[in-house]
Each structure stands twice: as C-alpha cells, then as structure tokens.
Write a protein that binds this ligand. Structure first.
Ligand code: SAH
Ligand code: DHB
Ligand code: MG
Length: 219
C-alpha cells in the first residue's frame, strides 16, 4: 500500500503545489545535518498554511520545530506583523531550524525557544493568546500540551495535533508505547474537555498511514 499512497501523494503535490526550491533546500539541509525525515509533507504544510490564512491567525505556537520545515510553511502564511513561536528540545535541531528560517526569509516572524516544551510553555502565559497551536513533539506529553494549549488560547483558537493515528495503534487499549498512550489520552481529553469542538481525519501518503486532530476552542 505504501507505494500507492506515495504515488498518489506525489501526484497531488505536483499537480497542486508550486515548485519551491527553498523548501526543497530545507529538506536537504535537514538530511545533511542528520535530522530524521519526520517533517510534515508538502501537502500537509500547504494545509497548515491554508488553515492559518482561512482563520486569519496572527499568533502561532508550534510545539516541535525539528528543522523548521512546518514553521516556514506557517510563517509564510502569516500577515505582516504576525508571529510564530516554536518550541524545540534539541539544540542541534534548533540551530539547523534557525539557518533554514533565515534562508527562507521569515526570521522576523519566527522565534525558536530551545528547551523541553513543558519548561517553556509557562513563560508564554504572559504573552497575548495564540490563534493557532500546532502540537507535533513527543506524543507522550500530548495531554499536557493540550492543557497548555487551552491555557494559552482564546475562544476561536484552533488546535492542530499531528500524528494521531500512527498506523492504527490508537485502537489498542493495551498498547505499551507511552507515545501511543499519550495520543489516546490526548484525543479522549479533547473529546471530553467541554471547551472544544474537535474532529480527526486519517491520512495516507508519503508519511504513511497517520492522521491529525483539529479542534476549536469555544470558550
Ligand atoms: N513540526 C516539525 C516536525 C517536528 S518532529 C515539522 O513538521 O517540520 C518533533 C520534534 O519535537 C523533534 O525535533 C524533537 O526534538 C522535538 N521534541 C521532542 N521532545 C520535545 C520536548 N519535550 N520539548 C520540545 N520539543 C521536543
Ligand atoms: C514521528 C514524529 C512526528 O512528528 C512525525 O510526523 C512522524 C514520526 C516519530 O517520532 O516517529
Ligand atoms: Mg509530526
């Protein structure tokens, strides 16, 4: 199946997305720096960018920068004066991301904060709320990231959670992997929060069989 998923995804990407030498260079830089190829796909990057444009988001929070690939897609979608704050644990990832962000010309819109996200998030409570929050780091901490996303949001904020399906492992209630357990609790918490309208869609493509959760903070 993977071969077909990739063929269709690549067909869609070449039909719909503009060629982008900078984003291709970014992925090459990541590879040369030894970063894992777990960035969003080009089609997913465009989807994130469109959600930002459609919702009129000006302040974006990303948890999990890696090499800055998704951050660049989102930063480009922001209006003049918009800002993305991206949290990254690994200083090497953060250095490569900063180089890529500079290369893409979105330095003024982007701030990378190095450290465990759970240590950086409390410091963001002094800032105005975020309009769009992309959760894409260590999945075992997703329930805590959802709590923080709610605290750092306003009514209307969109919360986007990546990798919520991971080959269907979520249906296994006995799954031993703490990352799978984190995703399960994240989705259950979102459904029971009482403050969110939430949905999730499964996806197949060059990143395999996976999915995302999209939630809107209502109050
Ligand atoms: N959003 C990126 C991919 C992120 S991959 C993109 O699509 O381009 C997940 C990233 O989260 C990795 O770089 C990893 O180092 C980082 N990460 C893992 N645990 C973390 C933590 N506790 N706090 C912050 N970042 C973390
Ligand atoms: C992994 C993490 C991701 O954010 C992703 O999109 C794919 C894989 C991982 O940790 O394996
Ligand atoms: Mg991801």
């Amino acid at each position: 199946m993977q071969e077909q998923w990739s063929a269709v995804d690549n067909w869609l990407i070449s039909a719909l997305l503009p060629q982008d030498e900078i984003l291709e260079r970014v992925l090459k830089n990541n590879q040369q720096a030894g970063l894992p190829a777990i960035d969003v796909s080009p089609a997913q990057g465009q989807f994130l960018a469109m959600l930002i444009t459609i919702s009129g988001a000006q302040r974006v929070l990303e948890i999990g920068t890696l090499g800055g690939y998704s951050a660049i897609w989102m930063a480009r979608a922001l209006p003049e004066g918009g800002k993305i704050v991206s949290l990254e644990f690994d200083p090497h990832h953060g250095r490569i991301a900063q180089q890529n962000i500079d290369l893409a010309g979105v330095t003024g819109k982007t701030e990378i904060i190095i450290g465990p996200a759970l240590e950086s998030l409390p410091n963001l409570a002094q800032q105005p709320p975020f309009d769009f929050i992309f959760i894409d780091a260590d999945k075992r901490n997703n329930p805590a990231y959802l709590d923080w996303a709610l605290r750092l949001s306003r009514p209307g904020t969109l919360i986007f959670g990546d990798n919520v399906v991971r080959n269907g492992t979520i249906t296994d209630a006995q799954h031993p992997d703490p990352h799978v357990q984190g995703i399960q609790a994240f989705l259950q918490d979102a459904g029971q929060s009482g403050r969110l309208t939430a949905t999730a869609l499964q996806t197949t493509g060059i990143k395999g069989w996976d999915g995302f959760m999209l939630a809107r903070v209502n109050h």
